[in-house]
Design a binder for this molecule. Sequence first.
Ligand SMILES: [Zn+2]
Length: 324
Amino acid sequence: MNKTQIKKYLNYLKVKKFYKMKFFKCEICNEKKTKLIQKKISWNNNKFGDLPIHACTSCGFLFQNPRFNKEFYMGYYKNSYRAITLDTFKPPKNYLADQEKRGNLLFEFLKKYLPKKGSMLDVGSSVGMMMKPFLKRGWKCQGNDPVKSFVDYGREKLKLPVEWLQSEDMKLKDNSLDLIIIMGSLEHVTDVNIVMKKIEKAIKKNGILVIEARGDPLGYQKNFFNHSHHRYFFGNTMELIMRKYGWEPFITTKYPITGSSRPNTQFCIGRYKGNEVKKSFKNLVKNGKKETVLDVIYKLKYHDYLAKKLKNNFIKIGASHPKN
Ligand SMILES: [Zn+2]
């Protein structure tokens, strides 16, 4: 991205200060070499612009490259994010109802893996409604989110235990949590490794981690790649990031675990084992737990092909919650 391209994007975000962008290594396997996959992506509301997506040449992880620094994203999530994505600072009624419903379904799915009562954390909780079924059953809950207006609404109007912060700044008690959920938020955080390190310290042995990601594109890749997603997890990369931090994934699935409001999202659920899992991470990618750049390109091309062939008859283009 040259200066003019960056300025154009910052202008769109209504960010007045100029910020530099820099190139990143693969956040999963540390590989420096990445390959450009898509140059122009969705800036929301049918607006497209430069914001390149690269694939890691080693494990196939897809992410925005280059990117801004943390200071930029803190300000962005505080001031512009929901204003651009939901056109309002107040959570709409149907959004709240959907979060509660998703929380109920998640609880039903997870309960057989969990203690009757325990302690949970929702990273990127928004207003915090997904924790409601757990709170009702006596769980100790805490959530956090960088969008202040939604956190304020959750705390003040809904009396939910949510905190306004970037997940990189979480302060968690060591060895204190039975369950951590990250529902579609790991794509948005600024530094995924800081977040994973923090939650690893806070989880108890055998504690459960649930990651939900957007999943495969439902439709054209230029709609799928959206500027508020800094990275794109699929089944394989969710399993890799879990293993890197000591979780052993036991379900990776496209089951509609939280209902049908976010079609095509993928889930990975793991149990914390610590070093016995972490120590095997180093050779995993080398031994074939990866997607090649070609695998990734073919997958995206396949979805472009489907979208073109089937139009709206079979799949709804961009139905996978493109707006957040
Ligand atoms: Zn990689």
